[in-house]
Every structure is written in structure tokens, then in C-alpha cells.
Design a protein around this ligand. Structure first.
Ligand code: C2O
Ligand code: CU
Ligand code: CU
Length: 517
């Protein structure tokens, strides 16, 4: 612990020096690593070669990590404190193109965004220059989306957490070339939840997300509309997309300079694309829909006062009962909805959402003197359950996560678009066992995600999952040496990806395919 604090101090001092040195460094490491990969591909004795190159890889990475402050897997550069000088931007809600049917148009485009006062930063966005609008669907809707690629490079449109067919899912096989478009259509069959969308082109996902391609999807249903939870969008129901980025001297996003094979971590905290944000709230309960939209950073959200809050939803729906927490960790792509009660606070109270670990201030709240709505948190919110039968199913899919940097694998293999790793029958529940195999340095957390399905966590290392994970999930954090059992059922057919959601790991091949028929 002490070492960590010292290290963080050291890092902040050295940051300026390091930034200039790093760009060159990372590039040369990348070259060397890809050479290594070729070597290991040619060698018959894969295992031996792999462990050799792992060691080599680790030397480079230690060098690199030393300078960037990753030293071992969990020492990361700290985030800036938000000064609170900018009111948080709230993404717009996307309207249907016409009234007769629900057709939404989503364009991936390039643009310029004033992230820093008076400076234009080149960014990517959906229907705008940075990030995207919220798509709001109701359960039962038939939705069409016209996806248009206005970028100069290929992209895909992936609906993370949405239960749609493999055709609509927008994985790496569904490339849309520059200037091209594709119309998809699906029925919304799942319950109220906060999902998101982002690109998924093979090997280019991290850079495109980093440059700004990400947006939210809300699903509402009768239950969500009748629970009485705060639901005034932008007032007491607030989307929060957390991302960390590094800007160069020109205040540009220079992905190749910032890139780390083991997950790109930035030192500037952005929420909904806002630097130094604050959120003004009335004296009422406020619902925050948290999305860890970063490439690789884990966030642990906490209030600066240590006060507790209540979690009401997981990735894919409401919890049965609200769970009181004093902190919550979200790994990349995980979501949680929490409710904070501001009704008893005063305008001079200094409350902020902070990131436990480096203690950085993410989002200071400004409490207005207005009292707001008198909303409540119901005791019963959902009927999520795990059946006896599901608990007793044998494990039929085993997934072993292993490695670091560009040496990451699933079951010893790297992604091959032409290889189907698993098959599963539509509508049939199977138990997947996910194991995170430690490496010589201990290993790191891998957030494991499956496309096209919401699943249930049956156990973590044989134990019941924590209360706030007893709900629908599409991504789970798996600690080194941890085994997580999940019950997975696909409602639709098609080829779906499963992968580590550290985007550089995904791009480096920590991904497989399940074919549902
Ligand atoms: Cu967020 Cu492959 O997905
Ligand atoms: Cu996904
Ligand atoms: Cu990973």
C-alpha cells in the first residue's frame, strides 16, 4: 500500500518528463512485440516459445510500466481532480426519423470538440462530434436503425447488452465501409436496463472508442415506468459515461502515442465528454446511470463523505431489492444504476463522487436550494431468480483467460474470425465457467463480456455472488485465479463474440466466437 502511494506521488512528478519519452517507447515496443508474435507462430513448440516470449514481453512491459506507472498490474496513473468549473453535458435523446414507425439514424462521424476552453480537439462521435445521443426503446418496440459510416475508415455498430440476432449485433463481421450504410431491424424483448453502443471493427475497436465513439441505450418497460424511481431525464435521472484519456501538447487525442498494449489508461477524467464537470442537483433523490466507458481503467465509485448510496440496477435490469453500498467497482463496459439522496443536504454541503484508490474527485455536486420531486425507492423492483435447475447444471463451456500485453489469449488461442470456438443451442441454458489464470506477475482483472445475451452469475469461487451482482449481467470482472460460473442463454441465433472488455486486449485477440443455432 505504501509503495503504491509513493509510486503515485512519483508518477505525478514525472508525468511531464515521461509523456515526451513515452511516445517513441511505445512504438518500438509494439514493433518488437509483433516480431515476437510471428516467431511464436512459426514455432512448433508453442508452449515453450510462448513462455519465452512472455518473459521477454514482460521485460519490455516492466520498462514501459515503470515509466507509465503500471509497474505491476494494479498501479495505474491517477486521474486529475475535477475542478467543477463546467456543468456536466447531458447527451441528447435521439428522436425517431418519422412518426409512423421507429426508425433511428445513427452516423459515425469525425468532428472537433471544445473539450478545453478555446481549443478544438479532433474527435469521433455519433450524430455529433463527440460521443453519441441516447437511444431510448420500450420493451416490445420494433426498431429500425439506419447506421451510416461517415468516417474515413471501416467501423461497425455494436449494441452492447442488447439481445438481438448475430446479424444485428454489429460484431467484427458486420463491417460498414466508409460512406456505406446498413439498415437493421429488431424487436426489443428484454427488460428495462441501461445498455450502450460502440464500434467493434477487428483490431480497431480501442482507437475508435478512445476517439469518442460511444453512446447509451435505455430500455424502459411497464415495470420501470411504475417503480417510482427518479426518472426525469437530465434532472434526477442522469447518464454518466466515465472515460479517461490522455491529451498531447496540442490537446489532441493521440491514440498511438497514448496506447498501452495492456490497456490504455489516461490521466484526464471525462464524464459525458466533459472535462472538470460538476452536476447541479435539487434536494431530492437522484438516479445516476453509471457506465464505465473507458478502454481499460477500473473505477471504484464512492462518496467523498463515505456516505452510502443505493444500487438499483445491474448491467441488464433492476435488482430485486435495492442494495446499500459505500462503494462500487465497475470494470470496463459494466454499468450500475445508483440512487443518491440529496433531500436532506444543504447548498453548502460538499458532496462529490470520487474514485477510491487514487482518491480523485470525479464529479462534485452543487446542491441547489430547490427541493425536488418526492420520489422513493421501492423495496421490490424485480423478479430475477436463479432456479435450482440452473444451479445444478454441469459446466459445459470452459473459458480460460490468460496473459498480458499483446500475449493475451482465451483457452490458449487468439481471435480468428474464421474459427467458431463454441456452439450453443438457441433458448438452452448452459453453464460457462470462466477462469482467470494468473501469470508470473500475479495477473490482472479481465472484464469478461458475452454479446447478445444477459446472463446470471451462479457463483464466484464457489460462493454466492455479492448481493449487488444478483441481477442480469453482460460483463463480469474476473480477478486473477478466480473462477466464475455463469448461466448463459441466447434468445436469438447467430455468431456472437465473447471477449475481455479491456479494449486493447480485445484488439490483441482476447476474443472468441460462439455460434448459436
Ligand atoms: Cu462492448 Cu464486444 O463489446
Ligand atoms: Cu458487447
Ligand atoms: Cu483482459
Amino acid at each position: 500500500m505504501k509503495r503504491k502511494i509513493l509510486l503515485i506521488g512519483l508518477i505525478s512528478l514525472l508525468t511531464a518528463l515521461v509523456l515526451s519519452a513515452c511516445a517513441g517507447d511505445v512504438e518500438s515496443t509494439t514493433e518488437e512485440n509483433s516480431d515476437m508474435e510471428q516467431e511464436s507462430g512459426e514455432n512448433m513448440d508453442m508452449n515453450e516459445e510462448k513462455s519465452d516470449s512472455m518473459e521477454e514481453g514482460m521485460d519490455h512491459s516492466t520498462m514501459n510500466h515503470d515509466m507509465e506507472g503500471h509497474m505491476d498490474h494494479d498501479d495505474v496513473v491517477s486521474l486529475n481532480d475535477s475542478t467543477g468549473e463546467n456543468e456536466l453535458k447531458i447527451p441528447s435523446m435521439l428522436e425517431s426519423d418519422n412518426e409512423e414507425e421507429l426508425v433511428y439514424t445513427v452516423r459515425a462521424q469525425e468532428g472537433e470538440t471544445e473539450i478545453f476552453d478555446g481549443t478544438k480537439t479532433k474527435t469521433y462521435g455519433y450524430n455529433g462530434s463527440f460521443l453519441g445521443p441516447v437511444l431510448r426503446f420500450e420493451k416490445g418496440d420494433t426498431v429500425k436503425i439506419r447506421t451510416i459510416n461517415e468516417l474515413d475508415e471501416e467501423t461497425t455498430f455494436h449494441w452492447h447488452g442488447l439481445e438481438v440476432s448475430g446479424e444485428e449485433d454489429g460484431g467484427p463481421h458486420s463491417v460498414i465501409e466508409p460512406g456505406e450504410e446498413k439498415l437493421i431491424e429488431f424487436e426489443v424483448t428484454q427488460e428495462a436496463s441501461t445498455l450502450w453502443f460502440h464500434p467493434h471493427p477487428d483490431g480497431k475497436t480501442s482507437e475508435q472508442v478512445y476517439n469518442g465513439l460511444a453512446g447509451l441505450i435505455y430500455i424502459e418497460d411497464d415495470n420501470s415506468k411504475n417503480l417510482g424511481l427518479p426518472d426525469e431525464y437530465g434532472k434526477n435521472d442522469i447518464p454518466l459515461i466515465f472515460q479517461d484519456k490522455t491529451f498531447d501538447d496540442e490537446k489532441q487525442l493521440n491514440y498511438s502515442a497514448a496506447m498501452n498494449e495492456d490497456g490504455t489508461i489516461g490521466e484526464k477524467s471525462l464524464i459525458n465528454g466533459t472535462l472538470n464537470p460538476k452536476l447541479t442537483v435539487n434536494k431530492e433523490k437522484v438516479r445516476l446511470r453509471l457506465l464505465n466507458g473507458s478502454n481499460a481503467r477500473n473505477y471504484t465509485f464512492k462518496l467523498n463523505t463515505g456516505d452510502s448510496f443505493v444500487q438499483v440496477a445491474t448491467d441488464g435490469g433492476f435488482l430485486n431489492e435495492p442494495v446499500t453500498l459505500s462503494e462500487i467497482t465497475l470494470t470496463p463496459s459494466e454499468r450500475a444504476e445508483i440512487v443518491i439522496d440529496f433531500s436532506q443536504l444543504n447548498t453548502e454541503d460538499e458532496l462529490a463522487l470520487i474514485n477510491e484508490g487514487d482518491g480523485s474527485i470525479l464529479l462534485p455536486f452543487e446542491i441547489s436550494d430547490q427541493s425536488g420531486e418526492d420520489s422513493s425507492i421501492p423495496e421490490e423492483m424485480n423478479d430475477f431468480s436463479i432456479t435450482e435447475e440452473e444451479m445444478n447444471l454441469p459446466v459445459t463451456k470452459e473459458v480460460e483467460l490468460f496473459g498480458m500485453m499483446d500475449q493475451v489469449t482465451i483457452n490458449g488461442k487468439k481471435f480468428d474470425p474464421d474459427r467458431i470456438d463454441f456452439t450453443q443451442e438457441q433458448g438452452v441454458t448452459e453453464v460457462w465457467e470462466i477462469y482467470n489464470k494468473p501469470d508470473e506477475m500475479g495477473g490482472m482483472i479481465h472484464p469478461f463480456h458475452i454479446h447478445g445475451a444477459q446472463f446470471k452469475i451462479l457463483s464466484r469461487n464457489g460462493e454466492e455472488p455479492p448481493e449487488n451482482e444478483r441481477g442480469w449481467k453482460d460483463t463480469i470482472s474476473v480477478e486473477p485465479d478466480e473462477t466464475v460460473k455463469i448461466a448463459v442463454q441466447f434468445k436469438n441465433k447467430g455468431v456472437y463474440m465473447f471477449h475481455c472488455h479491456i479494449l486493447e486486449h480485445e484488439d490483441n485477440g482476447m476474443m472468441g466466437q460462439v455460434k448459436v443455432e
